[in-house]
Design a binder for this molecule. Structure first.
Ligand SMILES: *Cc1c(COP(=O)(O)O)cnc(C)c1O
Length: 348
C-alpha cells in the first residue's frame, strides 16, 4: 500500500503523536506532460497536475484529511462548511469515513449536481440557502462561535497545510520547482497553500512565479474590491470576497507573479481544448489555469523555454450540465450496420 498524505509528509504537517492517521487514498496525483498543447502554444514544457484524481474528485481532499484528523484529535463530533460544492463533498466523505456529523450550507441554485449528490449520499445534512457563498460562509462563522462544531472551510488553517503537499509532489516528480505555476483562484486558499509548499520544501533550487486566475465576473483580487454579486459558469471560483485574499497577494508579490482574470468564454475554450487535445476532463473552474496560460501568451509572455505546470483542480465529471450544454443533440440512427457505417466512413 502506498504511503498516505499524513504519513508521507508528516514532518511538514501540524501532527502530534495523538493525531489519528486517516486516509481515503488522497494525494500522490498524476503530473501529466502535455503531448500536443505545449507544441501548439509554443511552451518549453507543459504539465497538468490532475487533482481530480483525489478520492472525491478535487484537491480539497488534501486539506480535508488534515482538518478532519485534527478535529478527531480535538475530540470534535461534528464538522461544518459553506461550500460551492467540492468542499462539501470532501467534508462529507471524510466525515462519513470517521463517523462525524457533517453540516453543509450551500448557496441555492449554483451547485453542480454531481457535487451535491456526493454530499447527500455521504450522509451530510445539506442546507441550501437563498444567498451566495459569501453569505453561507458568514452563517458558518457565526454558528461555530455558538456551538461545538469544527469549521472545515479553508479558514481552517489545517486545510492550507494539507493542500501545500501538492507543491511538494510537483518538486519530487520534476526534480525541481517549475518556472511557472498556473492555478485557478476562488477563495485563494489553494494559491496560498502552493506558495507555502514551494517556500518550505528544501529540495528545489528555485521557486515558480505564481500565476493565479479568477473568473472575470468574480475577480475581487484583480479589481481590488469585494464583488457583491459574483457571476461565472465556473461555480468553484464564484467567490466575491476571498477568505485568503492576503495570502494570494503575498504569493503573487513574493514570487513576482500575476493575479489576473479570464472570461467565461476563455474558460470554456480552455475546458474544451483540455479535453479534446489532451484527454483531460477538468471542471470549468479548473480550466481557468489553462485559459490563463493562453491569455498570457497572447499578452506576449514568453514561455518557449519555460517549464509550466497548470493545476487541474477538479474533475469535470461532477458538472455534466456544462459539458452537454454546448454539445449537439445526438442524432438517432436505425439499428442497421450500413447506416452507422456510412457515417463512420464519411468521418474517417
Ligand atoms: C475550491 C476549488 C477551486 C478554488 O480554490 P480556492 O482555494 O478557493 O482558491 C478551484 N477549482 C476547484 C475544482 C475547486 O474545488
Amino acid at each position: 500500500m502506498r504511503a498516505c498524505l499524513l504519513e508521507k509528509y508528516r514532518e511538514f504537517l501540524p501532527l502530534t503523536p495523538e493525531t489519528p492517521i486517516i486516509t481515503l487514498g488522497e494525494a500522490d496525483t498524476p503530473l501529466v506532460r502535455s503531448l500536443r498543447l505545449e507544441k501548439e502554444l509554443g511552451i518549453g514544457e507543459l504539465y497538468f497536475k490532475l487533482e481530480g484524481c483525489n478520492p472525491t474528485g478535487s484537491f480539497k481532499d488534501r486539506g480535508m484529511v488534515v482538518a478532519v484528523a485534527k478535529a478527531l484529535e480535538a475530540g470534535s463530533r461534528a464538522l461544518i462548511c459553506a461550500s460551492t460544492g467540492n468542499t462539501s463533498a470532501s467534508a462529507a466523505a471524510y466525515g462519513a469515513h470517521c463517523g462525524l456529523k457533517v453540516f453543509v450550507i450551500v448557496p441555492g441554485g449554483y451547485i453542480a449536481l454531481g457535487k451535491l449528490s456526493q454530499a447527500i449520499t455521504f450522509g451530510a445534512e445539506v442546507l441550501s440557502i437563498d444567498g451566495n457563498f459569501d453569505k453561507a460562509l458568514g452563517m458558518v462563522r457565526a454558528l461555530i462561535q455558538k456551538h461545538p462544531i469544527t469549521l472545515v472551510n479553508s479558514l481552517n488553517l489545517h486545510r492550507i497545510e494539507g493542500q501545500k503537499t501538492a507543491a511538494f509532489e510537483i518538486i519530487d516528480t520534476l526534480g525541481d520547482a517549475p518556472d511557472y505555476l498556473f492555478i485557478p483562484v476562488g477563495n485563494a486558499g489553494n494559491i496560498t497553500a502552493y506558495w507555502r509548499g514551494f517556500v518550505q520544501y528544501q529540495k528545489a533550487s528555485k521557486r515558480p512565479r505564481m500565476m493565479g486566475f479568477q473568473a472575470e465576473g468574480a475577480a475581487p483580487i484583480v479589481r481590488g474590491g469585494v464583488v457583491a454579486e459574483p457571476k461565472t459558469i465556473a461555480t468553484a471560483i464564484r467567490i466575491g470576497n476571498p477568505a485568503s485574499w492576503q495570502g494570494a497577494l503575498a504569493a503573487r508579490d513574493e514570487s513576482s507573479g500575476v493575479i489576473d482574470c479570464v472570461s467565461d468564454e476563455e474558460i470554456l475554450t480552455a475546458y474544451k481544448l483540455l479535453a479534446s487535445e489532451e484527454g483531460i476532463f477538468g471542471e470549468p473552474a479548473s480550466a481557468a489555469s489553462l485559459a490563463g496560460v493562453i491569455k498570457m501568451i497572447k499578452g506576449e509572455l514568453k514561455l518557449s523555454t519555460a517549464r509550466v505546470v497548470c493545476v487541474i483542480t477538479g474533475t469535470g465529471l461532477k458538472d455534466p450540465d456544462t459539458a452537454l450544454k454546448s454539445a449537439p443533440t445526438l442524432a438517432e440512427f436505425p439499428a442497421q450496420l450500413e447506416a452507422v457505417e456510412e457515417v463512420i466512413v464519411s468521418k474517417l
